[in-house]
Every structure is written in structure tokens, then in C-alpha cells.
Design a protein around this ligand. Sequence first.
Ligand code: SF4
Length: 235
Amino acid sequence: MTSTRSKADLFNAMGIGPVWELREQDSLSKSGSVATEDREASEANLPDALSLESLREMVAACRKCGLCETRKQTVFADGIPHAPLMVVGEGPGVEEDASGLPFVGKSGQLLDRMLKAIGASRTSNTYIANVVKCHPPGNRNPEQAEIEQCSPYLLQQIKANQPKVLLLVGRFAIQTLLNTKKPVGELRGVVHQVPLDGLDIPAVVTYHPAYLLRRPEEKSKVWDDLLLLKQQGIV
Ligand code: SF4
């Protein structure tokens, strides 16, 4: 386990405190409850083994759902292709829509601090994508139909990247990839498995940075989630 002193340093890096000790985990391995048949049906919407560049071009031209009408541009991904860590978020906000990159603005800066605390970053060992690739107007939540139309791109991104571990931030990423309606709080503390293409990809869940900005008292829980993620050997 990280020493108390270095943990304090990491907490400072994240802009949070106080120092908390990592609780004993109930289990470090738990099967996800993904509906494999549903996933296969989603994947069937796209051809197999697409490269990330091909996927990026397909997404840029996509008009499968109504979000294409109001987007400024699609937001495909940021970070290092084929990185050991892949972060999956919800969808682009206003700033992401303007920049074309996921997780910019305050929540993106917080995500970067969270990653830095465990030695990860989008410039070294992390790939970042969202469940939906176009900004929902008014910053509303993505609708189920939009998620169903767009999530095959995400599944193909995961396949193409082959990450060692996934970090699912926020309920839409979790609900989509773990096929559950349970709240984030009930799913934390164990490593889930996302079955995809015959492989089980380990997945750690945590709160979305935008939620943490509204509820900073929850940040200490995220530290435990990040330690669990670090234990998966990504850095
Ligand atoms: S949100 Fe996804 S499915 Fe909808 S138009 Fe954008 S890229 Fe296509």
C-alpha cells in the first residue's frame, strides 16, 4: 500500500483531503452482469476489427441519432491509442463540443488530477472516450435510444484499444458497459469484468468528475477507487 506520506502528496495533487486509509476490499474480482446477447447485437451494427482511425472517420460522419443536428462536432477520443488504461465517460459537454476533445474544462482538469495521483495521464498511458460522441443539447443526459445508437462505436473502440483495465466514470458509462441500473455507490470497491469479444476486461467504477465538483465530500471515496485501479498494474 502507498505510504501515508506519499498518499498525502497524492491527495494534495487531487486537491482533496483528509488522508484516508484504503479499506479492505470485499473482493477484487467480480463478474459483471453484461447482457452478452445485447452486446453481440450492438457489435453486429459495425464490422469487426475496425481501426481507431476508421472508427474516428465513421463517427465524424455519423447521423444515426438526433444529436447530430445540434452538435458542433463529434468528440471521439483523447489520449494514447492502445494505452493500458481506458477511461469511459458519459458524453461531451459544451466545452468538449467546442474543442472536439473529451473531458476538458473543470471536470476534465479534475479527471487529469485524479489520473496524475496514480501516475496516469492522457499524454502517457491513458485513452479517454465517452459513451455518446455528440453533445446533448442543454447538457441534458443522453437518452437511452441515443446510447443504443452510439455505444457500438465505444465497444469497437475498446476492442481496437485492448486496454488492460477500464475506468468507468459516472452512471451512464457504468450502466452501458455493466448492464446494470445499480447506483455507483453500490458498485464501487470491486473489480468488475466487461466481457467483449471473448475477453473479460477488468473494470473499476467511480463517480464522474462533474458530480465530484458538485459533491466534493465524495472525493475521498474516489481515492479508494483510484487505489483499486492502480492495483490492476496500469503503471
Ligand atoms: S451521438 Fe453517436 S450515434 Fe448519435 S449522431 Fe453522434 S456519433 Fe452518431
